[in-house]
Design a protein around this ligand. Structure first.
Ligand code: HEM
Length: 447
């Protein structure tokens, strides 16, 4: 093991002697000794992992970070969530959504918050809305049939309207839907910016305006309910659990919960649907297999779960594997721990590449091929499936995604062909394993 690392080369040094001795992305892989690329997607982490192994250092945004990836890294990262300081690593969410927002909470407080949110996101709480969600998807497809549309915006709008009829029942105008979508997309983009870029983004008048509209809308909805309006939806049940007897409600906490139920994660689900649909449609044999299975699809048959739809289930598993929308998670160490002989000190910044295993041929044969049947023929380790993260901070919306995706795909594939305005073209970014989503335009035509 070398005695010096990239941090000498760039004039910065990590405090821990152990970390200094890690293989360095710049020196041992890129071979430059210069600072590494600035954009997250410019790194060749897959190549670095293959050459350097599951732990190495990298210079990113002018600071030293430790990268960990692969099956053992997932085990280490998920075994004990209390090794991480989410308060620091996920602060962009606190800055916008407030200090009771779930993802930036740690330890016991975080676990208590997840319990509060269970009536919103547990499978039973979501599955009861399957017929209603199916109805919205069907009517949105019908409404748009024949008209040219952007697939991404179709998915975003449809999922938002579905949530507004189920999890948080409310009336949204077309303009409000557009504002919510724009806010979600720009807000989520900002969470991966550097502190400096994010601070500047917060001063953007469009963002300030969108945030005001979104938060005022939700506050109004909450105030009506606090004033006695009774609504049978998931938000009412979450709000009931959040209330503390004898204390005034924390309005920002309720806004953050309402936001989760109406909007959060829709962009990621839309990305997966966009990439997945294009791959399904470009494989006519697999499309036939899917359509045969889906002849028996109805909302009622799906209420019983995916057991009648193994082909659809495998297809969704493959979409999740190949197109992880959040392929790397940034972390800060709370409690020092050892991984592969290196001690990571408190405060160390870590990039946990929790989806690197998706692209390793020793785990998934021909990893860059869209091959849904692999899920019918193999049992893959949970540690090799990182799309939704893991452990106590695993995606809160996973049940919702696994209800939304099959319903949307089943309705489209059963009843429509998609006429593209441009040829489907999704390129994988081999450097990071992230798909480049082309926001295609096309039209749904009745079959
Ligand atoms: C395909 C779509 C989605 C993907 C790929 C995805 C991915 C992820 C990942 C990787 C994490 C872990 C983040 C971390 O540990 O730092 C996460 C957490 C989270 N996701 Fe999702 N997500 C999706 C959809 C959704 C939806 C629809 C919601 C709706 C509420 C949602 C809400 C959340 C929340 C609140 C967390 C934080 C949970 C916590 O920290 O306890 N996600 N998601």
């Amino acid at each position: 093991m070398r005695a010096s690392g990239a941090f000498y080369a760039t004039g910065k040094r990590m405090k821990s002697g152990a970390i200094e001795n890690m293989p360095s992305y710049e020196i041992d892989f890129a071979g430059s000794g210069e600072g590494a690329p600035v954009g997250l997607d410019q790194f060749d982490h897959l190549g670095a992992y293959k050459k350097l192994g599951p732990i190495y250092s990298v210079e990113f945004r002018g600071e030293p970070w430790v990268c960990i990836g692969g099956l053992e890294a997932n085990t280490a990262a998920w075994k004990n969530p209390d090794i991480w300081n989410y308060h620091e690593a996920l602060k962009p969410f606190r800055e916008v959504m407030g200090d009771r927002h779930v993802t930036q909470l740690d330890g016991e407080v975080h676990r208590a918050k997840r319990k509060q949110l269970k009536p919103g996101f547990g499978m039973g709480a979501i599955a009861r809305w399957i017929p209603a969600i199916d109805g919205i998807v069907r009517s949105e497809l019908e409404r748009l049939a024949g008209a040219e549309t952007s697939l991404h915006s179709f998915f975003m709008t449809t999922l938002t309207l579905a949530n507004a009829s189920t999890l948080l029942k409310t009336e949204l105008s077309e303009e409000e839907v557009d504002t919510f979508i724009r806010f979600e997309e720009t807000f989520i983009n900002s969470t991966v910016m550097s502190d400096k870029d994010r601070a500047s983004f917060y001063t953007d008048p469009l963002f300030i305006d969108d945030r005001r509209i979104v938060f005022d809308f939700l506050k109004h909805e909450i105030e009506e309910r606090l004033a006695g309006k009774e609504v049978n939806d998931n938000f009412s049940q979450v709000a009931e659990r959040t209330a503390i007897e004898g204390e005034a409600p924390d309005m920002q906490e309720l806004v953050s919960e309402a936001y989760l139920l109406l909007m959060a994660g829709n962009g990621n689900t839309s990305k997966l649907l966009n990439c997945g649909l294009q791959h399904i449609l470009s494989d006519s044999d697999w499309l036939d297999v899917m359509r045969r299975e889906l002849e028996s699809y109805s909302a009622d048959s799906f209420v019983e779960g995916m057991k009648h739809f193994p082909v659809l289930k495998a297809t969704i598993a493959e979409i999740e594997r190949l197109f992880p929308a959040a392929p790397v998670l940034s972390r800060v160490v709370a409690k020092p721990f050892e991984f592969k002989g290196f001690v990571l000190d408190e405060g160390t910044k870590v990039l946990h590449m929790q989806t690197i295993a998706h692209f390793l041929d020793e785990v998934y044969e021909e990893p860059y091929r869209f091959k849904p049947q692999r899920w019918l023929e193999n049992d893959y380790s949970k540690k090799a499936q990182g799309t939704f993260g893991g452990s106590t901070h695993i995606c809160l919306g996973i049940n919702l995604v696994r209800v939304h995706m099959p319903i949307v795909l089943a309705n489209i594939l059963s009843n429509y062909d998609l006429a593209f305005e441009s040829a489907p073209d999704i390129r994988l970014n081999f450097n990071y394993g992230v798909p480049q989503v082309a926001d295609l335009r096309g039209s749904f035509r009745h079959r």
